[in-house]
Design a protein around this ligand. Structure first.
Ligand SMILES: Cc1cc2nc3c(=O)[nH]c(=O)nc-3n(C[C@H](O)[C@H](O)[C@H](O)COP(=O)(O)OP(=O)(O)OC[C@H]3O[C@@H](n4cnc5c(N)ncnc54)[C@H](O)[C@@H]3O)c2cc1C
Length: 219
């Protein structure tokens, strides 16, 4: 498995014990996060834009309208910083100072390029669709030529990456454990509600099994 050696750019400085540099930790965070935030600098101005992503091996793929500034900029090969964040719980300590969150986050550095071939573009769109809703690619109508032409796909090879992970109970000051204040963790996770039919849904079309799974809905 890939190990991203710490450099000046990706070395975690605060609480380095929470840092991980191995793909075994980093990649599942990228895969579980529904969206990422892509940071880039255009004409000296930083932008951080939320977008859907997927991982294909050591590459993160992005897609969007051809006219999108994010996609156009990402394809230039200028440096990008992509982050994924999963909040696992609120950490409620006895002292305000030690309140925190349990989280898994990944920060990735790389440069983007446009998909070179139709096959590469097609594979990336499949990966993005399956990232959001496993099973959907095989069920939905696939993009036609017009839709493919309107869509840009950018591939960002992961040059460097870091994960930072916090888990477990609060870490209060020794003398504060005697205080009569509740402390602990309020766990959190993404939960999807029951599927709501499109009002224009044709008669007799039921919710596919792959949508109503515990893995996807979280409940
Ligand atoms: C959950 C989620 C998923 C998304 N998935 C995709 C995707 O897969 N592909 C895709 O192309 N786009 C996606 N978007 C939209 C994306 O965030 C941008 O809006 C999009 O790339 C359009 O960029 P643009 O070039 O029109 O805007 P830009 O020219 O990049 O933006 C101009 C200005 O508009 C404002 N702006 C742009 N986007 C947002 C935003 N999302 N929220 C608030 N202000 C904003 C900012 O001030 C920005 O400086 C997603 C957004 C969200 C929230």
């Amino acid at each position: 498995m890939t190990e991203f050696a710490p450099t000046d750019r990706n070395r975690v400085r605060r609480l380095p014990a929470r840092a991980r540099y191995d793909a075994e930790t980093i990649y599942p965070i990228i895969d579980e996060a529904l969206i990422c935030h892509v940071g880039f600098v255009a004409d000296g101005q930083p932008f951080v834009i939320p977008t859907i992503h997927a991982r294909m091996g050591d590459t993160i793929v992005l897609h969007g309208a051809k006219a999108s500034r994010l996609l156009k900029h990402a394809a230039t090969g200028e440096p990008l910083c992509i982050t994924c964040t999963i909040v696992d719980g609120l950490v409620l300590a006895r002292s305000v100072f030690h309140h925190s969150m349990n989280y898994r986050s990944a920060v990735v550095f790389g440069r983007g390029r446009l998909a070179e071939s139709e096959a590469e573009k097609w594979a990336a769109l499949e990966a993005i669709t399956e990232h959001v809703m496993p099973g959907r690619w095989a069920d939905a109508r696939l993009p036609n030529e017009l839709e493919m032409n309107a869509t840009s796909v950018v591939l960002v090879e992961i040059e460097e990456a870091t994960a930072k992970v916090r888990s477990g109970p609060p870490g209060d000051e020794e003398e504060d454990y005697a205080l009569p204040i509740w402390a602990g963790v309020l766990p959190s996770q993404i939960e999807f509600g029951a599927p709501v039919d499109d009002p224009k849904l044709g008669e007799g079309i039921g919710v596919p099994g792959y949508i109503n799974t515990k893995e996807r809905r979280g409940i």
